[in-house]
Design a protein around this ligand. Structure first.
Ligand code: UDP
Ligand code: MG
Length: 153
């Protein structure tokens, strides 16, 4: 059974610099997901270290934090059926060279350390990441397309 979920999707500094914000948002909109939170943030290293706390100690961690803090990111929450797993499949593999064409990383990126966008890897991390990036809370609204897209009843 597919589940109605929220996932945290973030366009990384390279995605912003390369003017891919609109293209990435369009993919989620066109797939049928509902946008429930959106903002641009130039995050501090401390905020990013918390976001990536599971990766602390990896050799690429310092470079990852430096890259993520190098410019603004676009933080978003998207809602819909199997949003977490589907968001990950739309992103492609962590290493863009292993990402299938048609995915965001497979269409726009080449280097693992410049892979354009982030997506939560589980419902539990999505909850944590949404609370971390949107402590002010997110909006609630009914999409008029829900009956057409989601087959909820
Ligand atoms: N990363 C990297 N080198 C690596 C592995 C990961 O620079 O060898 C970066 C990459 O930007 C990746 C991020 O660290 O997106 C987080 O890694 P994770 O394993 O969580 O991959 P993701 O969930 O983003 O696919
Ligand atoms: Mg991850």
């Amino acid at each position: 059974m597919s589940k109605f979920e929220q996932t945290y999707i973030m366009i990384k500094p390279d995605g912003v610099q390369r003017n891919l914000v609109g293209a990435i948002i369009a993919r989620f909109e066109q797939r049928g997901f509902k946008l429930v939170a959106l903002k641009m943030v130039h995050a501090t290293p401390e905020h990013l270290e918390k976001h990536y706390e599971d990766l602390k100690g990896k050799p690429f961690f310092p470079g990852l934090i430096k890259y993520m803090a190098s410019g603004p990111v676009v933080a978003m929450v998207w809602e819909g059926l199997d949003a977490v797993k589907t968001g990950r499949s739309m992103l492609g593999a962590t290493n863009p060279l292993a990402s299938a064409p048609g995915t965001i990383r497979g269409d726009y990126a080449l280097a693992v350390g410049r892979n354009i966008a982030h997506g939560s890897d589980s419902v539990e991390s999505a909850k944590k990441e949404i609370a971390h990036w949107f402590p002010e809370g997110i909006v609630q609204y009914r999409s008029l397309l829900e009956d057409v897209i989601f087959e909820l009843r």
